[in-house]
Design a protein around this ligand. Structure first.
Ligand code: 3SL
Ligand code: MG
Length: 242
């Protein structure tokens, strides 16, 4: 099993995804939202690129469709929810369909559609994703959404955490895993910074979240393994797989 990492939604190259399992990470905050909503009983999440597209889709079944997302971290006018995972409680989303558009995360998913399989990861379901990948035994590419096309420390350390979990699962047998240089570096960064907050607080997107007073979101998004589901993206929709 070979493991590689792509550092932003703008760095995705189709040929790198061919026949691979792709794991999308936008820990702040899109994939943390998706995992939370589905864990709280949301029927499915439909990621779309554009705000207008999301609004038109939601119009088709106003009773069951919810709109969530952001631009520049701010809730969109006419949307039910912002991009805070804390909005997506059981009461709010159970049995509903969430149509979502965000600056980086939903774009990373859409840009990865040529992959063999697409899984959705965050810190809150990191271990569950590692278990799924270990069971699949296929080559993996972590696609870090990044921030506005740039490398993002927050996504990178999250992917390092998942790689470390995979190695723990494989134990002495981890020689069957080969890592690209960037995947080795991601794992190294995680291992060197077990207190994730002191590392990610230097990240530009973390600082932006602090400026917007999203401190509770930061705490939530960087708490490991509170959720054990793994969403899979297929035919335009995210659902839970077992
Ligand atoms: O870019 C995204 O997809 C968002 O997760 C960004 S934010 O955390 O809502 O600002
Ligand atoms: Mg992000």
């Amino acid at each position: 099993m070979h493991i590689d990492v792509i550092i932003s939604a703008d760095d995705i190259k189709e040929e790198k995804l061919k026949d691979k399992v792709v794991v999308i990470i936008d820990v702040l905050r899109a994939t943390s939202v998706m995992v939370t909503a589905l864990n709280n009983g949301c029927k499915k999440v439909i990621p779309v690129r554009e705000v207008e597209e999301a609004m038109n889709l939601a119009e088709q079944d106003k009773e069951n469709n919810l709109l969530g997302g952001e631009r520049d971290g701010i809730k969109l006018e006419g949307f039910h929810f912002s991009n805070s995972p804390l909005d997506y409680t059981k009461e709010a989303v159970e049995g509903k369909i969430l149509i979502m558009t965000t600056t980086n995360g939903t774009r990373a998913i859409k840009n990865s559609e040529s992959a063999d399989m697409i899984l959705i990861a965050a810190m809150i379901n990191g271990k569950a994703v590692a278990e799924k990948l270990a069971a699949l035994k296929k080559d993996v590419v972590f696609v870090n959404a990044g921030t506005y096309g740039q490398f993002s420390m927050d996504d990178f350390i999250t992917c390092g955490y998942i790689i470390k979990c995979m190695k723990d699962i494989y134990g002495d047998d981890n020689k069957s895993m080969s890592l690209s240089d960037i995947a080795i570096t991601a794992e190294y960064i995680y291992k060197a910074n077990p207190d994730i907050h002191s590392f990610v607080k230097e990240a530009s997107h973390y600082k932006r979240m602090e400026q917007l007073s999203y401190n509770e979101d930061l705490k939530y998004c960087f708490t490991k393994d509170t959720v054990d589901i793994v969403p899979v993206y297929k035919a335009g929709e995210l659902k839970i797989i077992n």
